[in-house]
Write a protein that binds this ligand. Structure first.
Ligand SMILES: [Zn+2]
Length: 375
């Protein structure tokens, strides 16, 4: 090695050693996480400092609906130097005395999501077309948003049940969803049917194939959009942000399968779940959906690309359950690049607990890279 090379290296070393970790370029990284379960404060402090150290900037944290939980955990997350967002499902709610049975969605066969939820027991979706539903959600979210340690509210399940399941889930549920079927199509409750009739003159219950009625689709996109925008206005009064986990798209997937026309939502950031395995796509597909999301929202607010992590990479080949699929360590770099080069403002991991050491290693390399957005 020549003298000039050595002095160059020395200069570089001095330069690097003067930089604090914050000064080294890193893309913004969030993660979805639940808790705290039985964890003590000490255990949580260790967990959160480790995540911060690994490169996380904020948590979308699901800890139920009690503001006290968010106060306790939020303080520890903030002390660790991360943002703290309360991640609380919206339309999926368990029956409580506060929530009336008539507020649940009704499918095309006239069955209530409370008595006969689609696919899985927890799919007890409310109908967005009830003032009582809005009042309940507004009250619940406001109480959490008013907690000092909470930076924002993160909406999830802010949608109708999947009228079509993602292709990667068909085998698991033994279904072929080549079209919309009435048992998964919502909402045909009395109020929705009457309101749509008043608006368009169409009695949707007499239509042979409701999936062909564009105004009926739009009616339901609008019900979700109105719910989001009303909640957003209310939560913003507390000075906190509103963000949401959404399906990829909006046009290619979200509108079609869960009726989310999310480009019309007035919120502060989108976290599309770019879970390629659910759609039987490879990680490079994240390029297309990221680009689509950025174009649809015209970059008005940040978009963080949600990445689904494979918890046991060595079993990925033989694993049947798509919930255990996801990005392998060697796919992390591809997924992060696909997100960033197509305009994402950062990424969001589902979940840090699914990340293996090999995932973290690949992650570390990818998040410090300086990406240029493809034109
Ligand atoms: Zn309804």
């Amino acid at each position: 090695m020549s003298k000039s090379n050595i002095s160059f290296l020395l200069a570089l070393l001095i330069l690097l050693s003067c930089q604090t970790p914050e000064e080294v370029h890193k893309i913004p990284v969030y993660a979805w996480m639940g808790g705290p379960g039985e964890s003590t404060d000490e255990e949580l402090i260790i967990k959160f400092s480790d995540l911060k150290e690994k490169g996380l900037d904020g948590l979308m944290y699901n800890g139920g609906q009690d503001p006290a939980t968010y106060k306790r955990v939020g303080k520890l997350v903030k002390d660790a130097g991360m943002e703290f967002h309360a991640w609380i499902p919206t339309m999926v709610q368990k029956k409580t005395p506060e929530i009336q049975a008539e507020w649940y969605g009704v499918n095309g066969k006239g069955e209530s999501a409370l008595d006969k939820p689609a696919y899985v027991d927890y799919y007890t979706f409310l109908c967005p077309n009830h003032q009582g539903v809005y009042d309940f959600l507004a009250g619940m979210y406001t109480a959490v948003a008013e907690v000092e340690e909470v930076d924002g509210i993160h909406l999830d399940y802010i949608r109708f049940p999947d009228v079509i399941l993602a292709k990667g889930l068909w085998e698991k549920y033994g279904l072929v969803m080549d079209r919309e079927y009435p048992e998964y199509d919502y909402c045909y409750g009395t109020k929705c049917v009457a309101d749509f009739k008043a608006l368009t003159g169409i009695d949707i219950t007499t239509v042979d194939d409701p999936s062909q009625v564009e105004s009926w689709k739009q009616f339901r996109y609008d019900l979700i959009t109105q719910m989001v925008n009303r909640l957003s206005d209310q939560i913003h009064k507390t000075g906190k942000t509103v963000t949401a986990a959404v399906f990829p798209g909006p046009n290619s997937i979200a509108k079609k399968i869960v009726r989310q026309e999310w480009d019309k939502w007035n919120i502060d950031a989108f976290y599309p779940m770019h879970y390629n395995d659910f759609y039987l796509e490879d990680p490079e597909w994240i390029s297309e959906v990221t680009k689509e999301g950025i174009e649809a929202t015209e970059g008005r607010v940040p978009l963080y690309s949600g990445l689904f992590i494979c918890p046991e990479p060595e079993k990925r080949e033989v694993e049947k359950d798509p919930e255990n699929h996801g990005l392998l360590p060697e796919e992390m770099g591809i997924a992060i690049r696909a997100s960033m080069e197509n305009g994402a403002n950062g990424i969001c991991l589902f979940t840090p607990d699914r990340m293996t050491d090999s995932h973290w290693k690949a992650f570390k390399e990818a998040v410090h890279y300086v990406y240029e957005v493809r034109k």
